[in-house]
Ligand binder design. Structure first.
Ligand SMILES: [Zn+2]
Length: 199
């Protein structure tokens, strides 16, 4: 064994995080071991506290530590529009743009049969129930990523909502095909939002 068991365990746990390969996990582990103990405690406390106190907003399903979240609870937001995104990171991306003033709905994934993600595991039922209960909603903007899975999911949701008479739009494909929302720069993203088209 190359490392003491406790170090090996730390490396193994860090290596389970997305985007962290074996080498990065080792580097992080040794960095943590070189940190003052109270800094390490701050780090581990912040992880545990975030995980324990953050839950899903009962309205939009975004991560929040208050329910409803600060966006759903903000009276200055345009309550007639819901932007549907794949994940909480996309909400941050849209907010960074500072142009969109409507509400959100986070799906927590996209329909992806190849990766065993069925429609049932998405927050779709929650969206439909929300639209049925809230008769202020006039438009649903589908802003899933422009990948095959994102397009298929958008198409499916559009078909589901259309009969209700609510306007359904899709963000324009100004974003490069196969790209994730979070990597779009603000100008491209706001162009894609403005040039959205009817489904
Ligand atoms: Zn919310």
């Amino acid at each position: 064994m190359r490392y003491a068991p406790t170090i090996a365990r730390l490396i193994s746990e860090l290596g389970k995080l997305p985007g962290i390969g074996g080498k990065s996990a080792q580097r992080l582990a040794f960095h943590i071991l070189s940190m003052p103990e109270e800094k390490v405690r701050d780090l581990s406390d912040s992880i545990v506290l975030a995980r324990e106190s953050v839950r899903l907003c009962s309205v939009c399903q975004n991560y929040t530590d208050t329910d409803p979240c600060s966006v759903c609870d903000d009276p200055s937001r345009d309550r007639k529009t819901i932007c549907v995104v794949e994940n909480p990171r996309d909400v941050s991306t849209m907010e960074r743009m500072r142009e969109y003033r409507g509400l959100y709905h986070v799906l927590h994934g996209v329909y992806s049969p190849l990766q065993n993600v069925g429609l049932d595991s998405l927050k779709l039922k929650e969206l439909i129930t929300r639209l049925q209960k809230d008769n202020e909603i006039r438009e649903v903007i589908l802003a899933t990523n422009q990948t095959a899975e994102g397009e298929a999911t958008a198409m499916y949701i559009a078909r589901l909502i259309k009969p209700s008479g609510i306007r359904v739009t899709r963000i324009a494909s100004g974003l490069p095909m196969g790209s994730d929302l979070e990597f779009a720069d603000d100008i491209t993203l706001s162009k894609a939002m403005r040039a959205r088209h009817e489904f």
